[in-house]
Design a protein around this ligand. Structure first.
Ligand SMILES: Cc1cc2nc3c(=O)[nH]c(=O)nc-3n(C[C@H](O)[C@H](O)[C@H](O)COP(=O)(O)OP(=O)(O)OC[C@H]3O[C@@H](n4cnc5c(N)ncnc54)[C@H](O)[C@@H]3O)c2cc1C
Length: 407
């Protein structure tokens, strides 16, 4: 259902939820179709598909390539990228362990690498190993149960028998980041734009944030809002968090390097993590909650941040700001009756795109008005009597531009 929390749900479950919502909004989902070619010109983009009824073509104003790490859409646009070649290989399986109680539980480092085992005496266990002997030259060869068992056992230093593989996969610490997320009428999102070692479980979150950033931009562009920033700023805003994630996964891999030479580094970080401030900083980084959108110098420190969950009174009802009804539109939240009328007037040319919400803050705040983007970021905050309609107009002009009124 729309509005359901998405935290802590599996990727498969999320995909089913997103599909349901997309269908409710009139999307068409074509299962069993593979994109085999993409062309674009000034007017449109055309996809060639291979489907159950043979080849077909689809024309569109824009194409979003969310087709994963081996993205054909990325390849076809010729978008270039930077990469870091792999240093390790990893194997992963869902298997029955012959003796779940004898397997080393959790993350275990040895001289050769790491085993990561979630022993389950009542069913299949998740078993992984990170092998620092070097990358596999033939990393596209499918993993077998025999190879999984051999690798896990070699790294653990003893035999760990297993059987009945339900799932087997291999991956590496290869990373890639595209130089731009846009080529004309084609935009990239998710693993198509960035891949990295999956430590910290950050890839899906990063891709979802690409999608929510891009969705409102594309929607407003298609509704005729003329600001070139709408599509151009997608790369400006989403590439830096991806670059930072790639860096933090590389740092984590450096910390994971087995052997006595790296033990003092691990001990130092273990100590640092006992400091709640360090732990919070790293948590905010891994979850991307500390992302600040690039902005103009001198703006309030709140502008460009993710909306904090301010307790509000709206129409006499208590509500956390993150639970404000989401219309997919930009919201102008007015918290001070003294400045509300001026700000509402300033936003009037954008009334087709901006919902005005009058509210009362239940705690003291360093601002009295804010402009909230549909992706949850604050495009502008205004402070007390100084909350300035001209500043708000400048921000809306830059964000959306002005539509020429219909004659
Ligand atoms: C071992 C491992 C563990 C991970 N653990 C986590 C974790 O705990 N948390 C986390 O956040 N992330 C994790 N990740 C990363 C996460 O899985 C990815 O970041 C995420 O799946 C990317 O989503 P995506 O939609 O961009 O790409 P994908 O999930 O790869 O989806 C791409 C889709 O496009 C389709 N497609 C591809 N080519 C075509 C084509 N030519 N035509 C039509 N369709 C096409 C594919 O079939 C697929 O359905 C992990 C990754 C790995 C390898």
């Amino acid at each position: 259902m729309e509005g359901e929390p998405i935290v802590g749900r599996s990727q498969g479950d999320l995909e089913r939820l997103f599909e349901r919502v997309a269908l409710q909004h009139g999307a068409t989902v074509l299962r069993g179709h593979r994109v085999v070619a993409l062309e674009q010109d000034e007017e449109e983009a055309t996809l060639t598909l291979d489907g159950p009824d043979g080849p077909s073509r689809l024309r569109a104003d824009y194409v979003v390539g969310a087709d994963g790490a081996r993205s054909l859409v990325r390849e076809q646009t010729g978008i270039t990228y930077e990469e870091h070649l792999p240093r390790t290989q990893a194997v992963l399986g869902l298997v029955d362990l012959d003796d779940p109680y004898a397997a080393p539980p959790g993350w275990t480092v040895t001289e050769r690498g790491w085993t990561v085992i979630g022993p389950n005496p009542h069913g299949p266990s998740r078993v992984a190993a990170f092998d620092f002997a070097g990358p596999r030259p033939d990393r596209h060869t499918p993993l077998t149960l025999t190879e999984l068992q051999a690798t896990v056992s070699r790294i653990a230093g003893r035999d760990i028998p297993m059987r009945n593989a339900r799932f087997l996969d291999r991956f590496s610490d290869y990373s890639r980041l595209v130089h731009t997320y846009r080529s004309g009428r084609v935009l990239l999102a998710g693993d198509a734009a960035h891949v990295h070692f999956p430590v910290g479980g950050q890839g899906l979150n990063l891709g979802l944030q690409d999608a929510v950033n891009l969705a409102w931009r594309l929607a407003h562009h298609l509704q005729g809002w003329p600001s070139a920033n709408l599509l151009d700023d997608y790369t400006v805003e989403r590439r830096p968090p991806a670059a930072r994630t790639i860096d933090n996964t590389r740092a984590q891999l450096a910390l994971m390097t087995p052997g006595a030479a790296h033990d003092p580094l691990r001990a130092l970080f273990t100590d640092l993590l006992r400091n709640p401030a360090v732990s919070r900083q790293l948590g905010d980084m891994i979850s991307d909650q500390d992302v600040r959108l690039p902005g103009s110098p001198g703006q309030s420190p709140w502008t460009g941040a993710f909306l904090p969950n301010i307790p509000l009174l709206v129409d006499g009802r208590r509500i956390g700001a993150v639970n404000l009804p989401r219309s997919g539109r930009i919201q102008l939240l007015l918290l001070d009756p003294a400045t509300a009328a001026d700000l509402e007037k300033a936003a009037a040319p954008w009334q087709k795109a901006v919902d005005v919400v009058h509210a009362e803050a239940e705690i003291p705040l360093p601002f009295t008005a804010l402009l909230l983007r549909p992706d949850g970021y604050l495009a502008w905050t205004g402070d007390g009597p100084a909350a300035d309609g001209r500043e708000l107009e400048r921000v809306l002009d830059s964000l959306l531009g002005r539509r020429v009124p219909a004659p």
